[in-house]
Design a protein around this ligand. Structure first.
Ligand code: AMP
Length: 278
């Protein structure tokens, strides 16, 4: 497996005609990421994973500096799975003008998708995500790109960008991979202390419980109940929200194909999760 750190080397190594299936990640790979690699292998023999902790998508108070960086063990896992190459640039390679933020052209996704839910609590997050993903698409030139439903809103932002900007890339959605107790796998789970790890399952449990109440209570009542339950257990809730799957807007009472999304902090760790309700 080739490990490539520079844009020019990547371009020199891969012919523009190559049918690449790309899996963008921030590294510290877990079974959720590896599932995306396996999915990518179904689409192409040439699978590229990118490992890049993108400074543009972190707010100043967030964990950019402490985000786990484990490139060596990530590469071992990817090589074992038969990945063709890893693209792992540093921030300077991706943003030549880092520190002069205003010189970077940015992709600003539509307000209706990007300024709600995660975007409300992490202003500018989706601009950072869309910008880096478009840069990766331009460098790697994939035919397919695989993203996890764990970050459902991010997936929709990217699908919207691809459709809006007529990018010739097929976006593949992969299911959420969970721990045995139901906690959605995440690189940030390693921030959890042993006691927090035990409690962390309450987020997915609460989403499940809320889903069971649909049709019996109003959406608003279900959301408020869920927030109360989590608050009572010591969580700080950013949002628990029932939305339409197709556009993430607030549903009408009879709407079908819903999704319940949640973001909450246990201790210092902010976790997100969602559950599709068909
Ligand atoms: P990240 O490294 O957290 O930026 O995630 C890279 C990709 O992996 C994104 O498409 C995520 O949605 C996906 N991903 C992260 N965690 C999971 C999970 N538990 N199950 C499925 N996909 C995931």
């Amino acid at each position: 497996m080739k490990i490539i750190k520079s844009i020019s080397e990547f371009r020199a190594h891969f012919n523009v005609q190559t049918n690449i299936a790309l899996v963008p990640t921030m590294g510290n790979l877990h079974a959720g990421h590896l599932q995306l690699i396996n999915r990518a292998k179904q689409y192409s023999d040439i699978v590229v994973a990118s490992v890049f902790v993108n400074p543009l998508q972190f707010l100043p108070h967030e964990d950019y500096n402490t985000y786990p960086r484990t490139l060596d063990s990530d590469c071992e896992k990817l090589a074992k799975l038969g990945c063709t190459a890893v693209f792992a640039p540093n921030a300077n390679e991706m943003y030549k003008n880092i520190g002069e933020d205003f010189l970077q052209t940015k992709i600003v996704p539509p307000t209706q998708i990007a300024d709600i839910l995660e975007g409300e609590f992490r202003p500018g997050f989706f601009t950072g995500v869309a910008t880096v993903v478009l840069k990766l698409f331009n460098i790697i030139n994939p035919t397919y790109a695989v993203f996890g439903k764990k970050d459902f809103q991010q997936l929709m932002v990217i699908e919207n960008m691809v459709a809006s900007l007529n990018l010739p890339i097929n976006i593949i959605r992969e299911e959420i991979i969970r721990e045995d107790d139901g906690l959605a796998m995440s690189s940030r789970n390693l921030y959890l202390s042993t006691s927090e790890r035990k409690l962390s399952v309450e987020l997915s449990q609460t989403l499940k419980l809320s889903a069971q109440k649909i049709g019996k209570l109003s959406f608003c009542e279900i959301e408020n109940d869920a927030i109360k339950i989590l608050n009572a257990k010591g969580w700080i809730v950013d949002y628990i929200s029932i939305r339409r799957q197709n556009d993430l807007q607030t549903p009408l009472p009879n709407d079908k194909n819903l999704i319940i999304l949640g973001a909450a902090k246990i201790g210092k760790t902010r976790l997100i999760d969602n559950l599709e309700i068909d």
